[in-house]
Design a protein around this ligand. Sequence first.
Ligand code: LCV
Length: 256
Amino acid sequence: MAFVKTAFADSVGTIAFDREAKRNALSADLIAETMAALADFRARGARAVVLRSSANGKVWSAGHDVDELPHADVDPLPYNDPLEQLLRAVKAFPAPVIAMVNGSVWGGACDLVLSCDIVYCEPTATFAVTPVTLGLPYSMSGLLNFMSRLPLNIVKEMFFSAEPISAERAEFVGIVNRVVPSAELEEAVYGMARTVTTRSGAAIASAKETLRVLSESAPIAPTTFEYLHNLRREVYCGPDYREGIAAFLEKRKPRF
Ligand code: LCV
């Protein structure tokens, strides 16, 4: 594997992002390797999976690989987008996926953390969701994912400001289960993983899938879906998205 490191011991799988040069930006290649590791762990009957960064660096993940986003006039987060596929794979994995976060988390990587079942981080971790810095209309499933985890005013603060949330505040609002001193983070995460492996995997899998279905059940009429999709289409076909992507690629601040 070129972009992730994996390990499997005592029924616990580990996937560690290993693309430091691009701050673990979630490219299609990195995601393909992550998905392959999840499939392998599923085949081996993993009872828990830990998702982490291989380097204890400043950045856990910089989010979607912006170089792989369309420049204009195309939905940037379609159903089959690699990152969208990864979020669904994590939520559908039949055992707990535990996020071990050190450093800053950005954009779609924040959605990935919130798609995990349990989240631990160290005290300097931060969490930011950043589509409004790109003029990007976030996906409905992504917004619902945040809504099912956080109070609406916190979701709005995160999405409207794109400002990072500190580890201390992330624990207070519920983004993370526990903030743990760096030196104890690994033991806390793998201790939880070990505990989970002593419980009924079948009962956990059914509870996880039930919670997934119920938390995603937002019945809307087809015309309502079309209305919401049109709201997004007007944005990704509009000037802000074109300017946001261009500014990122030109390494300058966007002018909205
Ligand atoms: C590609 C990157 C990236 C990157 N993609 O290092 O949530 S949504 O809707 O917005 C969704 C679509 C999404 O997730 O979009 C991506 C949102 N992510 C961000 O806005 C974070 C963008 N990155 C940064 O702010 C900085 O890179 C951080 C703060 C993560 C790290 O800063 P640092 O100074 O340590 P550099 O910025 O120098 O980045 C190192 C290399 O990684 C590339 C960046 O272009 C640079 O590449 P080169 O060395 O080739 O110039 N890089 C960083 N993030 N998301 N490439």
